[in-house]
Design a protein around this ligand. Sequence first.
Ligand SMILES: Cc1cc2nc3c(=O)[nH]c(=O)nc-3n(C[C@H](O)[C@H](O)[C@H](O)COP(=O)(O)OP(=O)(O)OC[C@H]3O[C@@H](n4cnc5c(N)ncnc54)[C@H](O)[C@@H]3O)c2cc1C
Length: 435
Amino acid sequence: MWSFETEPEFQAELDWIKEFTRTEIEPLDLVFRGPGDPWDPYSPAARAMAPLQESVKEKNLWACHLGPELGGAGFGQVKLGLMNEILGRSRFGPSVFGCQAPDSGNAEILAHYGTPEQKERFLQPLLDGKIASCYSMTEPQAGADPAEFTCRAQRDGDEWVINGEKWFASHARFAEFLLVMVVTNPERKIHEGASILLVEKGTPGFEILRNSAVGPYIEQGDGVHGYLRFTDCRVPSNNLLGEEGKGFLVAQTRLGGGRVHHAMRSVGVLNKALDMMCERVLSRTTKGELLANKQLTQEKIADTYTQILQYRLHVLYTAWLIDKHKQYNREVRKEIAAIKAETPKILQEVIYHAMHLHGSLGMSDEVPFMTMWANIPEMGVVDGPTEVHKVTVARSVLRDYAPANGLFPTYHIPAQYEAAMEKYGHFLDPKESDG
Ligand SMILES: Cc1cc2nc3c(=O)[nH]c(=O)nc-3n(C[C@H](O)[C@H](O)[C@H](O)COP(=O)(O)OP(=O)(O)OC[C@H]3O[C@@H](n4cnc5c(N)ncnc54)[C@H](O)[C@@H]3O)c2cc1C
């Protein structure tokens, strides 16, 4: 059964979200421009967001990334996708709706794998939007290849003792707790020898060496991506999330979700760029006619519209697959990797066209394109580089194929022709025709 329709009741919710985002949330982007503002619970932006978050909770649209069985108000990934493509228009959208990364993914794995005590201590305040969290896996010498990770935790009585460094740990500086991927058994392959530990803010032996920002922020070190060091940092043994050695199994739950949520929000960015592009070409006259009347412009509009629609349908299809399978199986992982790889490419093409059609204004600080542009590179790296996702897609696609049965391809015409003639050749015989 195929359907591309939204139920009228949910459409009414989406209409409310759209209006609320435009009138209440998008203005926050203009006032609070610090790199951590949407996530930092201690920033002035958090005070501005508080009444908006209350409105969202009253509408029962808060933290929709989690299903009711996990303590959220979720409706599944398809509906979350439809919501996120509106929220993605604003940097603050996800935070006002309680589904911002990395907290959304962290909440997901805590809900799936946390003990009742961990859920009470860490998940509940996170779901309530009272605290921020951090997910720390990347190391200074290794990101895309976890086999190179060296940050180590060793068991000592009732504690784990962590030693090592982590890199680009987003929001570590205002997180109440961190989920840290550590090597717990170096004798085994990393996918069986790593575990996730919960480390609370202020734990002795945990320090932030510095904070990097994405882009050229004027205040060096004022970013939100922490360079961390653990020196004999002790955490209780019951701070282990999931089973020992199963860190990557646990992480898959958040990484899969995180990637698809990035893509959903990117649809919002793309639609905003298309909206601005269309308004511009209908407003600007050059050489005696509107830009919209020039065929080279029309080609850009047509290509952009089609590209966005294809991407959006791919994202929603992936969301539908997740809802259907309720797990990140091979089919789901293939589509997530495909859209993850496509995201920086489509953002680059669409935002460039939109910016270009605005001329000098497009690249100025008076319209949002340069901000959108500056965020593209991270989409090609965060949660794994594009190349790695393309390899996942290619391997998964190739698994459904086999080598040709012989020297020539299956669709080699001479052999096919012979078989086809045997089947239908007699119709060419004039003696067989009615006439
Ligand atoms: C904005 C932002 C936020 C982030 N937040 C977090 C966070 O909260 N927590 C966290 O743990 N990490 C975070 N990261 C880190 C992110 O997960 C890593 O950047 C990513 O995994 C890549 O690792 P790396 O930066 O070490 O790059 P590398 O692994 O060094 O890769 C560099 C480049 O090498 C190439 N390459 C790598 N592997 C392959 C391959 N197999 N085949 C072909 N080419 C390859 C690619 O071109 C790639 O871009 C964040 C990154 C960004 C940009």
